[in-house]
Design a protein around this ligand. Structure first.
Ligand code: SF4
Length: 264
């Protein structure tokens, strides 16, 4: 399994004073990714997958309720190395039967100089054992900060009920999934995809341009907004919103092609 170097959006965490101590002594920000959509059991409005065709090429396949297309699934269609890396991670984890096996494999693959880990630029917690595996990795590495967005809300709630989530594992509920009702029922901290800056203002939410609101432990109980980004289905509300953001020159797209560990 392989971790990836942080993309340009996540790299900006280096400039956040609250997070500086996690990156002392040349420690770095990494992500760990799985195949988008395929590993997201509760995705709904964002659901898209890169699917392999007989020709060897890949194409994007939207789900029945897709309203804003998954950005990382689009990347997996575009970049073969990204697709292969994420598929490799997902395939390997799925062969493991226990939480301990998964935690061991993740910890073994984690770079020694990891300071901050974004779990899943692509992918989600695909079962409870896997969620607990990350809790275990975070408990065993208290000097590393782990953070994740998730639509696998029932795993989060289950783990929280047994106090399995340590302070260095920061979670954000991502609306647009099949379990959205749990966000309201349990008043979970969430990120909301908005189509304009004014929509964020109307909702009383700060926009996170750099992932800092998602990652900072001091913000772990505050919800925030994300501007719609990526490649959206033609003619959709999301696609029209993106056009408008571009026209108005609003910063809304952050990531370049993700790099593999060891790539320059
Ligand atoms: S949950 Fe995240 S990774 Fe999965 S399909 Fe939705 S946006 Fe993509």
């Amino acid at each position: 399994m392989k971790f990836s170097n942080a993309n340009s959006k996540i790299q900006a965490l280096k400039n956040v004073p609250e997070l500086a101590h996690y990156l002392e002594n040349k420690r770095k920000v990494y992500s760990f990714d799985l195949l988008s959509g395929h590993s997201c059991p509760f995705a709904k409005n964002c659901l898209s997958k890169a699917v392999q065709l007989d020709t060897g090429k890949r194409k994007i396949k939207d789900g029945p309720d897709t309203e804003f297309r998954c950005f990382s699934a689009s990347q997996e269609v575009q970049y073969t190395n990204v697709y292969n890396l994420r598929k490799g991670n997902f395939d390997e984890l799925r062969t493991m039967k226990t939480c301990d096996d998964m935690a061991y494999a993740i910890a073994h693959a984690m770079p020694d100089n990891a300071g901050i880990i974004r779990i899943h630029v692509g992918g989600d917690f695909f079962n409870f054992k896997y969620f607990l595996a990350w809790c275990k990795v975070a408990i065993d590495n208290p000097n590393v900060l782990f953070y994740a967005y998730t639509k696998s809300l029932q795993f989060w709630l289950r783990a929280a009920n047994v106090d399995a989530i340590p302070d260095n594992f920061i979670l954000t509920a991502s609306r647009g999934g099949r379990l959205d009702h749990l966000i309201d029922e349990h008043n979970m901290r969430e990120s909301v995809v908005v189509y304009s800056e004014s929509e964020a203002v109307d909702k009383g939410l700060q926009i996170d341009h750099t992932d800092e609101l998602a990652a900072m432990p001091s913000n772990k109980n505050n919800s925030f907004a994300l501007l719609v980004h990526g490649t959206q289905p033609k003619g959709s509300e999301a696609s029209n919103a993106l056009k408008l953001l571009r026209k108005n020159n609003v910063k809304h797209s952050y990531s370049k092609k993700p790099k593999k560990v060891g790539e320059n």
